[in-house]
Design a protein around this ligand. Structure first.
Ligand code: AMP
Ligand code: ZN
Length: 123
């Protein structure tokens, strides 16, 4: 998709702060973070929204979520027990979908949002 922002990032035509890349996925920091950690996991294949996926995409979607959680851990957001025995850490995994879902970029992406609160409103 020549006019798609995230296809241009995938193609290297627009720079990003890349966290991870393989043959199917890229992950990069969100340009307007809502929290101390906010990055996007994006399939290289152009898929517009979660309304366009079907069973053939199940493995790709699973890979996106597994990668998102792994990278969240590497960014310091893993759920863990602190020295007082309290459960701390954690993150959100979010697919905004369509106008009512608040989607602005119509190339499928998984938001990974975490880090110490408070975060910006809306989350
Ligand atoms: P959504 O509203 O779910 O479509 O989210 C799109 C996200 O893409 C927003 O959180 C934007 O801040 C983010 N974004 C837009 N342009 C860029 C860019 N060039 N690099 C990184 N993130 C971007
Ligand atoms: Zn695209």
């Amino acid at each position: 998709m020549s006019d798609c922002l995230f296809c241009k990032i995938v193609a290297g035509q627009i720079p990003s702060r890349c966290l991870y890349e393989d043959d199917e996925l890229i992950a990069f920091h969100d340009i307007h973070p809502h929290a101390p950690v906010h990055f996007l996991v994006v399939p290289k294949q152009h898929i517009s929204t979660m309304s366009d996926v079907d069973a053939r995409h199940a493995a790709l979607l699973g890979k996106m979520m597994v990668l998102g959680a792994k990278l969240a851990g590497e960014q310091g957001c893993a759920v863990r027990t602190d020295e007082a025995g309290k459960t701390v850490g954690g993150f959100k995994l979010l697919f905004n979908t369509g106008p009512d879902g608040g989607q602005e970029v119509y190339h499928l992406h998984l938001h990974v949002i975490g880090g110490p609160r408070p975060w910006r409103s809306g989350n």
